[in-house]
Design a binder for this molecule. Structure first.
Ligand code: PA5
Length: 444
């Protein structure tokens, strides 16, 4: 269960003001529930946890088993934005920190990501790895026309076709049911395909095959993840001021609109949650940053970044609030030993769990940042697990929809993303862009 604690905002906001924003958030929840708001043809994510059929998971497991039988030890997941961040977040959160370096037989293939940048060096080095391994690929693009994954896929596909007789069995495409270049290609080549539902946008798609298949391939339990998400689906639909998504949406909008806090920093105290920050930044940045409005989403990992960004957060421009993703219990145990010489002067910690130090760093930072004028929201889970990660995904998605409606924004479109693409296509002289190419060259 995901819980929201707003105690770290008490000294910044008046109770009466918070109540006003709770009312606004409850109205926004009604709009989300009834499907009467802007972008209402993209609400398919709301009930994915309770409506995902067992047959879809079985289908993902069939790909896993087929590739296992072929001895595949490297899966390249190709996609960008919502077509990779959720899977990457889950796999990094649930994997051993040193899975790659540990010796011993691996139960699942290594999953690596491509098509999320246009760096030639990245792709060349990916191919160095591919050449050493038994490889398969999952290419993900809802539109089926995005340049970054299309370029990476062309390179990986060419390699697979040259090196494996069963090439088409080593490629799975996840795309639209009917349209797009990837759909046409997959049909022609006879690839196994999964569908990104029409009514689910990229950044809300982690619990569709977009996230589920890579997570299954990496060896993690998506049934647990969906069960945790289902628990939060139910909790986030309750029309009450205790609804965690309502609480979070109300407070962040109050801090933004009434206190001028224009930056929200998602904070984690476990390096495995770094990509939760990346996934969350896309979800909130792309959903809310429109019409010259929106909270700028940033992320840090503490205590690491307390030694870099900590200075700014403590004493720089007072533009931010923090949302701490707090994990109550560590999955592993390391106790600090006693040293007879105590040269490092750490004996005062002897017998303590390292996580106790982490918890005290978290509490000390909370108090220091509140003293420094940074309100703090806390989103907590009991431990890092597939179940709780599913809960976090569903919670943040509901809270994002509610928040954006409070702000008067359509959370489900991304018109601003097109601007760079038009310029890039003009500069790359893509057929159909002749006029823009001429215009942009004159400008340069
Ligand atoms: O949230 C979104 O819609 C975007 O971030 C997309 O996920 C991203 O642009 C990739 O698009 P596509 O899956 O069509 O390649």
């Amino acid at each position: 269960m995901v819980k929201v604690n707003l105690g770290g905002c008490d000294s910044f906001v008046k109770d009466a003001d918070y109540k006003v924003y709770v009312e606004k958030a409850l109205e926004a929840l009604d709009i989300l529930k009834s499907g009467s708001g802007a972008g209402n043809d993209f609400l398919g994510w709301k009930h994915l946890p309770s409506e995902t059929p067992e047959s879809l998971i079985a289908d993902c497991e069939a790909v896993r088993d087929c590739w296992k039988a072929k001895g595949v030890d490297l899966v390249v997941v190709i996609g960008i934005g919502g077509s990779y961040l959720g899977a990457r977040c889950a796999i990094e959160a649930l994997s051993h920190n040193f899975a790659k370096q540990l010796s011993g037989k691996k139960d699942a293939p290594e999953v690596v990501f491509a098509g999320n940048n246009l760096s030639e060096e990245y792709l060349a080095e990916l191919m160095d790895l591919v050449a050493e391994r038994n490889v398969a690929t999952v290419v993900i693009s809802k539109s089926g026309t995005t340049t970054e994954p299309a370029v990476a896929f062309r390179v990986v596909k060419e390699y697979i076709e040259k090196n494996y007789k069963d090439a088409s069995e080593r490629i799975v495409a996840i795309t639209d049911a009917k349209k797009g270049a990837l759909k046409t290609l997959a049909t022609q080549e006879g690839y196994k395909t999964f569908v990104v539902p029409d009514n689910v946008g990229g950044r809300y798609s982690v619990l569709t095959p977009v996230g589920l298949l890579p997570i299954v391939l990496a060896g993690f339990d998506v049934r647990e993840m969906l069960a945790g998400a289902k628990e939060m689906e139910e909790a986030c639909l309750v029309k009450s001021e205790g609804n965690p998504a309502v609480k979070y949406a109300a407070m962040r909008n109050l801090l933004y609109s009434e206190l001028g806090k224009k930056v929200e920093i998602l904070v984690a105290y476990n390096p495995k949650l770094q990509y939760l920050g990346e996934w969350w930044k896309q979800l909130y940045g792309e959903s809310e940053g429109k019409e010259l409005k929106g909270i700028f989403p940033a992320s840090v990992n503490f205590t690491t970044d307390l030694h870099s960004m900590g200075q700014f957060i403590q004493e720089g421009e007072r533009i931010m609030f923090e949302t701490v993703v707090s994990v109550e219990k560590s999955n592993r145990s390391v106790i600090i030993g006693s040293d007879p010489q105590n040269l490092d002067q750490l004996n005062y910690l002897a017998g303590q769990h390292v996580e106790h130090c982490n918890a005290m760093a978290q509490l000390g930072t909370k108090l220091a940042h509140i003293d420094g004028g940074v309100p703090q929201l806390e989103v907590s889970i009991e431990k890092l697990s597939a179940f709780n990660l599913g809960g976090l995904f569903q919670f943040f998605e509901y809270a994002c929809g509610i928040s954006a409606y409070v702000l008067g924004i359509n959370p489900f479109n991304q018109p601003g993303v097109e601007a760079y693409k038009k310029n890039m296509f003009a500069l790359l002289e893509k057929p159909g862009y002749e006029e823009q190419t001429k215009a942009i060259k004159e400008r340069l």
